[in-house]
Design a protein around this ligand. Structure first.
Ligand code: GLU
Length: 429
């Protein structure tokens, strides 16, 4: 009998290094094989549960109608409602959203929160759209998906180019249809509308908690640790700020236009403030300017790619000069680069753990909404730290036990949990 697992693995060999779904599948296959996952479960778990594609007509400010293309991929429901962000970008693709939805499944399983995975995307350029156009786009997208989302079905959240305002529009649209306010339909909402304190900072804070654990393995203290951060948004900017506050020496940060570098350390609040005022890092005083490629190759203790996919590939992995790679972004490293980093002895905190702080506090937000009782920021942060540290320790334990790299260990942990639940539930027919 043909072995579907082996067939799939052959299919991915030598495939496009930068296709995120193939990158995810390659890691999934490797971990599934090492776990000895049976073929039936393998076949169920390697594909998404549902892929939804919608065409979204929007009346532009000019009075003309433009039709946008949007996606929502619900990857897995075995452990609970599907969960994951929605991104707005001109180049978002279905394959990317598929990969991101699977990463949400594995991410939620790694930190052991009772959600499956989903992701959404709309092909649009939010920088070229007015607030009114974005609102109409968001509301119509929500209404197209109304039967598929909900607190017990699929709970969206912010991702690239979406924010608290986007979530407020989704919540309102959903609530208008339900004829009552349903705040648990999304997370990452404004605090005044049932959002959680600490949610905005949660992904960056999660990166910090992971880095705090990782440097202990190198006998480093924050004050002796140099950090390079790619990105200055909700993950990179806040991660850099929190690490700076804890005494880390942040020597470089960047935005889409490039980065600033000072080996003596940057005044991170000042850099971020400059960026906010000037919308660019150009002209920032007393620093060297580096492009986003060169930034990744700077010598440092911790490199935190917190921007987007495919930043570390077979092309540049050999030139990465950090001890610890903390993947704040989803999918910043390709499978070919994984091998090279492993050979170089770089300690990787894989994305599905390193950036799981966001969804962890999303889970806390959902819990608070459903209780109707809200926690203090200290309580949220303490619970987040406990989850991140426990998951980090479990990951290191799994890597040692199975004698594999940390990324493979993370996938093994996640797949094992989802497989167990799938097996217990059985297949409904
Ligand atoms: N978009 C974030 C992520 O990629 C958060 C998802 C969520 O909170 O549901 O993890």
């Amino acid at each position: 009998m043909a072995n579907p697992m082996a067939d799939e693995m052959r299919r991915f060999k030598g495939s496009d290094e930068k296709n995120p779904f193939e990158a995810m599948s390659e890691r999934f296959d490797r971990a599934a094989l090492l776990l000895g996952l049976d073929e039936d479960l393998y076949a169920v778990m390697r594909v998404p549960s549902r892929e939804i594609k919608v065409y979204i007509p929007v009346t532009l400010d000019t009075g003309h109608i433009q039709v946008f293309e949007g996606f929502r991929v619900q990857h897995n429901f075995a452990r609970g409602p599907a969960k994951g962000g929605i991104r707005y970008a001109p180049d978002v693709t279905l394959d990317e959203v598929k990969a991101l939805s699977a990463w949400m499944t594995w991410k939620c399983a790694v930190v052991n929160v009772p959600f499956g995975g989903a992701k959404g995307g709309i092909i649009c350029d939010p920088a070229q759209m007015s607030l009114g156009e974005l609102e109409r786009l968001t509301r119509r997208y929500t209404s197209e998906l109304i039967d598929f989302i909900g607190p017990d079905k699929d709970v969206p959240a912010p991702d690239m180019n979406t924010n608290e305002q986007t979530m407020a529009w989704i919540m309102d649209t959903y609530s208008m249809h339900a004829r009552h306010t349903v705040n648990a339909v999304v997370t990452g909402k404004p605090v005044a509308l049932g959002g959680s304190l600490g949610r905005r900072e949660a992904t960056g804070r999660g990166v910090l908690f992971c880095v705090n654990e990782a440097i202990k393995r190198f006998n480093l203290k924050p004050e002796e640790t140099t950090v390079v951060v790619q990105g200055s948004g909700n993950v990179g900017g806040i991660g850099a700020l929190l690490m700076h506050e804890q005494g880390y020496k942040v020597i470089a940060v960047s935005d889409v236009g490039g980065g600033v570098y000072n080996p003596k350390g940057l005044d991170v609040p000042d850099v971020l403030n400059y960026l906010k005022v000037n919308k660019s890092l150009d002209g920032y005083p007393n620093v060297d300017f580096v492009d986003n490629k060169a930034l990744l190759e700077l010598e440092c203790d911790v490199l935190a790619p917190c921007a987007t996919e495919n930043q570390i590939t077979s092309e540049n992995a050999d030139r990465i000069r950090c001890k610890i790679l903390a993947e704040g972004a989803n999918g910043p490293t390709t499978p070919k680069a994984d091998k090279i980093l492993h050979e170089k002895g770089i300690f990787v905190i894989p994305d599905i753990l390193a950036n799981a702080g966001g969804v962890t506090v999303s889970y806390f937000e959902w819990v608070q909404d459903r209780m109707g009782y809200f926690w203090s920021e200290d309580e949220v942060n303490a619970r987040l730290e406990a989850k991140m540290v426990a998951s980090f320790d479990e990951l290191c334990f799994a890597a040692e036990k199975h004698d594999v790299d940390t990324r493979t260990a993370a996938y093994m942990m996640a797949i094992d949990r989802v497989a167990y639940d799938t097996r217990m539930r059985g297949i409904y027919a």
